[in-house]
Design a protein around this ligand. Structure first.
Ligand SMILES: C[S@@+](CC[C@H](N)C(=O)[O-])C[C@H]1O[C@@H](n2cnc3c(N)ncnc32)[C@H](O)[C@@H]1O
Length: 234
């Protein structure tokens, strides 16, 4: 397990089939980290928008982050180190991911004395207590998950964030038909990301539990509608 940061090992957790089938090349294969852990590459994959989307997500969470923050799933690039830098007043950041290889990679990117705990777990079945976090971030996770997992991930985020807390989601969104990247993105996502176009068909509200209670949901799209930032105030 990681040597940097603190890592809580738990019972064996199965790797979801969609990761081994559809995303082995991006996250599961031992060479995946070596290929993709490059800031310039994650920026290219997002058409030059990585830094902007990262900073908008962080700003939506808060300028400073006291209390408990949850990042659901690791992300290539420097998102987590920027997030950790905002943790303030004795606050903590937990990052949960279902792949140990991704947690180990993230640990190498973080200061060993930082406020971050890395946790092995499944976004669809978090171990956290209800209402135990002040906020949660889901950065380009939902488009990679099949519908039932996406629903469970959102339900879990709503369960673990306290009333008045915030859930920030950044992900793909169906762009305007006039966006010159519309058809290239259809081709890319259809080839590489089997569940992403499904996310295009509806707004994220669609996968929230029918019984979900929250105070507000705000959505902003950018880059011709290709990306969305959703902020849910619980
Ligand atoms: C956040 S997503 C995509 C992020 C972005 N595309 C990037 O550049 O890294 C990738 C991460 O989600 C994790 N992941 C996928 N399904 C998960 C699940 N059910 N529970 C926890 N982590 C999950 C993967 O292991 C991987 O580390």
């Amino acid at each position: 397990m990681p040597t940097d940061g603190q890592c809580l090992a738990r019972d064996p957790i199965a790797i979801p089939a969609y990761l081994t089938k559809a995303y082995w090349w991006a996250y599961v294969h031992p060479q995946a980290v070596r290929v993709f852990e490059r800031q310039w590459l994650v920026n290219v994959i997002l058409w030059g928008n990585f830094g902007r989307l990262r900073d908008e997500a962080l700003d939506a969470l808060g300028v400073t982050l006291p209390g408990r923050t949850l990042q659901v799933a690791c992300v290539y690039g420097d998102l987590t180190s920027h997030l950790a830098a905002r943790v303030a007043d004795g606050g903590r950041l937990d990052v949960v991911d279902v792949l140990p290889i991704q947690l180990e990679n993230l640990a190498r990117k973080l200061r060993p004395d930082g406020p971050v705990t890395l946790m092995h777990g499944d976004s669809a079945a978090l171990e956290a207590e209800p209402a135990s976090y002040d906020r949660a971030l889901l950065f380009f996770l939902l488009h990679e998950q099949p519908e039932q997992v996406r629903r469970a991930t959102l339900a879990e985020a709503l369960r673990v964030v306290r009333p008045g807390g915030r859930i920030v989601i950044v992900d793909y969104h169906r762009p305007s038909a006039l966006n010159p990247l519309y058809w290239p993105m259809v081709a890319i996502l259809r080839t590489l990301e089997p569940f992403a176009l499904d996310l295009w068909k509806h707004e994220i509200d669609r996968w929230l539990p029918a019984s979900a209670k929250f105070a507000a949901l705000e959505r902003a799209t950018s880059f011709g509608g290709l990306y969305q930032l959703v902020t849910i105030t619980v």
